[in-house]
Write a protein that binds this ligand. Structure first.
Ligand SMILES: Cc1cc2nc3c(=O)[nH]c(=O)nc-3n(C[C@H](O)[C@H](O)[C@H](O)COP(=O)(O)OP(=O)(O)OC[C@H]3O[C@@H](n4cnc5c(N)ncnc54)[C@H](O)[C@@H]3O)c2cc1C
Length: 426
């Protein structure tokens, strides 16, 4: 069995095969499983990289039937059942399979304007989190030095595009940084003057949540000083600001050195390639339609899971990927053991949640709506449960406790001369 991608789907497929009579190869272009839901905390100085990036080799270290390969998959030959990959040794590799799980995830999409990416980084990888952190911290540093009031205000303006959970969490955390831990550190600027603008074309923040929770989240953000501009779409981004289009068709410009992107996703190109190869439907976000058992049309040996597939309008969230990976792994294990396969995939919606500030969150779990402190506790407990590694849970819990009681954020290293610090005005 070859599993492409060690994200939520791939890792759970591998876990389900741990005791199966199969030889398992897990291929990823990174050496770690990335816990994306907490990436925004790396980008805002709360957590360090190790807490959200767990080595895949460590997860699989005791499994006798499994190996990990650090390689980028760049081709899938469905006829000859071969995975083509460029290895970390600089050579080409061919990995034969009887069963294949493809779960390469997705990346941010810029609505056909990929040129905006260099001015408005998204938050998808560890590298992105480092870049975003450097942009945020670097902007405060530049504002401290810049004597020109207009320039200073542009350094102190932060625009986050996309008011889904990641956008809401990022905007909330920048507001907390400006009003909390940064306040006493600077001499020339009052960091509380920072202007944080959250922009979305939709009429609500957290559009997939219950409207009452969404409204509660918007009010809380505004109380924290975030300007929420809904029905406002990004129309152009450059090194000095962002142009937005309002609901009435008029345009506005926000002068800023820091635009952060948290809107729109595009499935990995590998998925689209697979879709084309078998003539499956590929939607606008590049996701490939799979059968009810998560296999590719005409290829019962190939499973496509997580953010890269489309099935019954399921959202691109971690729970879908986890449950699908598990389902694919169990189906392969059953076949290998000569048992009947588990049948069609059924998603169990366990709810959604997002944090707004330090002790505030909104949660929707099986029809129960929570907000405020209690929701923040539930949010923390759920995220700690899903983090991999006891030590990581302990360190993360310690860092969160330090923030709650002392407001301290230790992960704030920025170096002058690095691309991401200079990158503000390319
Ligand atoms: C910032 C952020 C916050 C999020 N917050 C939440 C949240 O709070 N709750 C929630 O439910 N969901 C959240 N999500 C969504 C959730 O993380 C995804 O739905 C989930 O990660 C999808 O799992 P996946 O296995 O399909 O893909 P991923 O987890 O993205 O894993 C894909 C893996 O494939 C590897 N890969 C990709 N291409 C190749 C290749 N060509 N060769 C080799 N390896 C490859 C990647 O390195 C990666 O390890 C968030 C996402 C982001 C980006």
């Amino acid at each position: 069995v070859v599993v492409v991608g060690g994200g939520f789907a791939g890792l759970n497929a591998a876990k389900a095969l741990r005791r199966a009579p199969v030889e398992l190869t897990l291929v990823d272009r990174t050496s770690y499983h990335l816990f994306q839901p907490l990436l925004y905390q790396v980008a805002t100085g709360i957590l360090s990289e190790g807490e959200v990036a767990y080595p895949l080799r460590d997860v699989l270290r005791r499994w006798d039937n499994a190996r990990v390969i650090l390689a980028e998959v760049d081709g899938l030959d469905l006829e000859r059942r071969l995975v083509h990959a460029a290895g970390s040794d600089g050579r080409r590799h061919e990995l034969p399979y009887d069963s294949l799980v493809v779960s390469p995830g997705a990346r941010y999409a810029y609505f056909g304007h990929e040129e905006w990416e260099r001015f408005a980084p998204g938050l998808k990888s560890l590298e992105d989190a480092r870049l975003v952190r450097s942009r945020i911290l670097g902007a405060f540093e530049a504002a401290e030095l810049d004597p020109d009031p207009a320039e200073r205000s542009s350094w102190l303006t932060f625009v986050v595009v996309g008011a889904g959970p990641t956008g809401v969490e990022l905007a909330g955390q920048i507001a907390e940084l400006a009003r909390g831990p940064f306040r006493r550190g600077f001499r020339e600027i009052d960091t509380r003057d920072a202007r944080i603008v959250l922009v979305d074309a939709a009429p609500l923040v957290l559009g997939t949540f219950d409207p009452r929770l969404a409204d509660r989240a918007r009010r809380e953000l505004e109380r924290m000083g975030v300007q929420v501009r809904l029905e406002t779409a990004a129309a152009g981004v450059d090194g000095r600001g962002i142009d937005v289009r309002l609901a009435d068709g008029s345009h506005d410009r926000i002068e800023t050195r820091t635009v952060l992107w948290a809107a729109g996703v595009q499935a990995s190109g590998l998925a689209a390639e697979l879709g084309r190869a078998v003539g499956a439907a590929v939607d606008r976000a590049g996701r490939v339609a799979v059968g009810p058992d998560l296999t590719l049309p005409g290829h019962p040996e190939v499973f496509l899971c997580g953010d890269a597939m489309s099935l019954d309008g399921l959202p691109g969230v971690a729970q879908v990927a986890i449950q699908q990976g598990r389902h694919a792994g169990r189906s392969i294990a059953a076949r290998a053991a000569g048992r009947p396969a588990p049948g069609p995939f059924r998603y169990r919606d366990k709810g959604s949640m997002a944090t707004i500030g330090r002790l505030d969150a909104v949660c929707e779990i099986r029809g129960v709506r929570l907000s405020g402190f209690l929701a923040a506790v539930v949010w923390a407990a759920v995220h700690l449960t899903f983090l991999i590694g006891f030590a990581n849970r302990l360190v993360t819990m310690t860092r969160w406790t330090a923030i709650v009681f002392a407001g301290r954020r230790a992960q704030r290293a920025v170096e002058l001369g690095r691309r991401e610090v200079r990158g503000h005005a390319p």
